[in-house]
Design a protein around this ligand. Structure first.
Ligand code: NAP
Ligand code: F7E
Length: 383
C-alpha cells in the first residue's frame, strides 16, 4: 500500500520539490492549493495529472489555511499518513504590511491542522511536519544557532511562526502526536519566489548580462544568510517524519555569506567581476572586468559587445525602501543533530546553488527576450 501525504503550500517552491520527491517514492500526494484568478500551479505543472486519469497519485484540493472547516474536511477525506504544513505567507518584508493576515495563516493555520487531526481521531495515524524557520532566531542569541538556541523573532512573520513552533511542540507533548518542527535556514532554487533576494539577484544579473536591464536595486547588502538548495532541504522534511520519535531539527549548511558576496558570485557565473564602493545607502557595485571567454561560454558571444560598454558602469545600487523595520543581520545554523540523527547530507554547496540558479535564469530570460521580440507568433505558428 502506498503511503498518503497531504502537502499544504503545494504550489510553492518547497511544495513542488517535495511533491516530486514523494511521488518518486510511490506516495499518493494530496496538495492544498489556493483559488487564484490566474494559474498558480507553474511549479507543479510537469507533475499534474488530469482528474480523469485512473489511479492518479497527485490530487489537488482547493483550500486555505485560514479556513478551519475546509482543512478539517480535506484531512478527513484524505486520511493522510503524513502532513507537511508548508503553506504560509512566507515573505518577511511583506509581513510588516500584512501582520494580521500573516498571524492568521502562519500561526493559527498550524493550530487548525493540529486540532483537525486531534478531533478526527487521527493523532495516532497522521504524522505532522511543521515548516519552522531560522527567522525564529532573529536577533541571534548564540552563534551558530542550534536546536537549543533561544528564539528572538524580529518580524510579524517570525512571531507568527514562533506560535506555530510552540503549538506544534505543545500538541506533541499534550496529545502524544507525531508532530515535528524542521527549523530550516534559507533555501533557494531556480524556482525560488522572484522577490526573495537570491532569485531577485539571479534574475536581474541574467537580464543585465543579456542587455534587458541596466541595474539592480537592493536593500541591506551586509545581511548574512546560511543558504542551501531546496532540493536537499525537502529530503530533510521527509527524513524527519520517518523517525520513530518526533523531534525538532535545524537544517542548515553551517556556512554564512553576505548578500553582497552572493551578487558577486552571480555575476562571476558569466565571467563578470563586480567591485563595491561607498557605504550604506550610497554603496554601488561597478563592473570591474569581464572574462570574455567565460562570458561567451556561459551567456553567449552575441551579447558580449553590449556588455563590454558597461565596463566601469554602476549595475548594483541600494534603495532604502528594501530595508526592514527590524532586520535579521546574521544567520548561521549548526546542522550537527540532523546529520547525526537523520543522516541528512546536502548535495549542493553555495557555488553549486548559484550555478543552478544562474543557468536556469539565463535560459529563462533568453526565452522571455525572444517572446517579447514577437518570437511567440512564429513559435506558435510552427508548433
Ligand atoms: P513559498 O514559495 O512562498 O510557498 C508558500 C506556499 O504557501 C504557496 O503554495 C502559497 O500559495 C501557499 N499559501 C500561502 N498562504 C496560504 C494560505 N493562506 N492558505 C493556503 N496556502 C497558502 O514558500 P517556500 O519557500 O516554499 O517555503 C515553504 C514553507 O517553509 C513556508 O511555510 C515558509 O514560511 C517556510 N520556510 C521557508 C524557508 C525558505 O528559505 N524557503 C525557510 C524556512 C521556512 P500560492 O502559490 O497561491 O501563493
Ligand atoms: O532576504 C536582505 C534582506 O527576503 C534575505 C523566507 O523564505 O528565509 C526567507 O526570509 C536577506 C535579508 O529572505 C534585498 O534584508 C537585501 O536580510 O531573501 P530574503 P529572508 O528574509 O531571510 C527565511 C528562512 C524564511 O523563513 C522566509 O520564509 O536579504 N536583502 N536586499 C533583501 N531581501 C529582499 N527580499 N530583497 C532585497 O532587495
Amino acid at each position: 500500500m502506498s503511503k498518503v501525504a497531504l502537502i499544504t503550500g503545494v504550489t510553492g517552491q518547497d511544495g513542488a520539490y517535495l511533491t516530486e520527491y514523494l511521488l518518486k517514492k510511490d506516495y499518493v500526494v494530496h496538495g492544498l492549493k489556493r483559488r487564484s484568478s490566474s494559474f498558480n500551479t507553474d511549479r507543479i505543472d510537469h507533475l499534474y495529472q488530469d482528474p480523469h486519469t485512473e489511479n492518479r497519485n497527485l490530487i489537488l484540493h482547493y483550500g486555505d489555511l485560514t479556513d478551519s472547516l475546509n482543512i478539517t474536511r480535506i484531512i478527513q477525506e484524505t486520511q493522510p499518513d503524513e502532513i507537511y504544513n508548508l503553506a504560509a505567507m512566507s515573505h518577511v518584508k511583506v509581513s510588516f504590511d500584512t501582520p494580521e493576515y500573516t498571524a492568521n495563516a502562519d500561526g493559527i493555520g498550524t493550530l487548525r491542522i493540529l486540532e483537525a487531526v486531534r478531533l478526527l481521531g487521527l493523532s495516532g495515524k497522521s504524522r505532522i511536519y511543521q515548516a519552522s524557520t531560522s527567522e525564529l532566531y532573529g536577533l541571534v542569541q548564540e552563534v551558530p544557532q542550534k536546536e537549543t538556541t533561544p528564539f528572538y523573532p524580529r518580524s510579524p512573520y517570525a512571531v507568527a511562526k514562533l506560535y506555530a513552533y510552540w503549538i506544534t511542540v505543545n500538541y506533541r507533548e499534550a496529545y502524544k502526536m507525531h508532530a515535528s518542527n524542521g527549523i530550516l535556514f534559507n533555501h533557494e532554487s531556480p524556482v525560488r519566489g522572484e522577490t526573495f533576494v537570491t532569485r531577485k539577484i539571479t534574475r536581474a544579473v541574467s537580464r543585465i548580462m543579456l542587455g534587458m536591464q541596466e541595474k539592480i536595486y537592493l536593500g541591506n547588502l551586509s545581511a548574512r544568510r546560511d543558504w542551501g538548495h531546496a532540493k536537499d532541504y525537502v529530503k530533510a522534511m521527509y527524513l524527519i517524519l520517518q523517525q520513530d520519535v518526533p523531534s525538532d531539527y535545524v537544517i542548515a549548511t553551517g556556512i554564512t555569506t553576505e548578500v553582497r558576496d552572493f551578487v558577486k558570485m552571480a555575476f562571476a557565473e558569466g565571467g563578470v567581476e563586480i567591485a563595491f564602493k561607498g557605504e550604506g545607502a550610497d554603496e554601488r557595485g561597478y563592473i570591474a572586468s569581464i572574462d570574455e571567454k567565460v562570458f561567451k561560454e556561459k551567456v553567449g558571444g552575441e551579447y558580449l559587445s553590449a556588455m563590454s560598454t558597461k565596463k566601469d558602469k554602476v549595475v548594483v545600487a541600494v534603495d532604502p525602501q528594501y530595508f526592514r523595520p527590524t532586520e535579521v543581520e546574521l544567520l548561521i545554523g549548526d546542522p550537527t543533530k540532523s546529520k547525526s540523527v537523520l543522516g541528512w547530507n546536502p548535495e549542493y554547496d553555495l557555488p553549486g546553488l548559484v550555478t543552478d540558479m544562474m543557468t536556469g535564469d539565463i535560459k529563462l530570460m533568453k526565452r522571455e527576450s525572444y517572446l517579447r521580440s514577437g518570437g511567440y507568433r512564429i513559435m506558435n505558428y510552427f508548433e
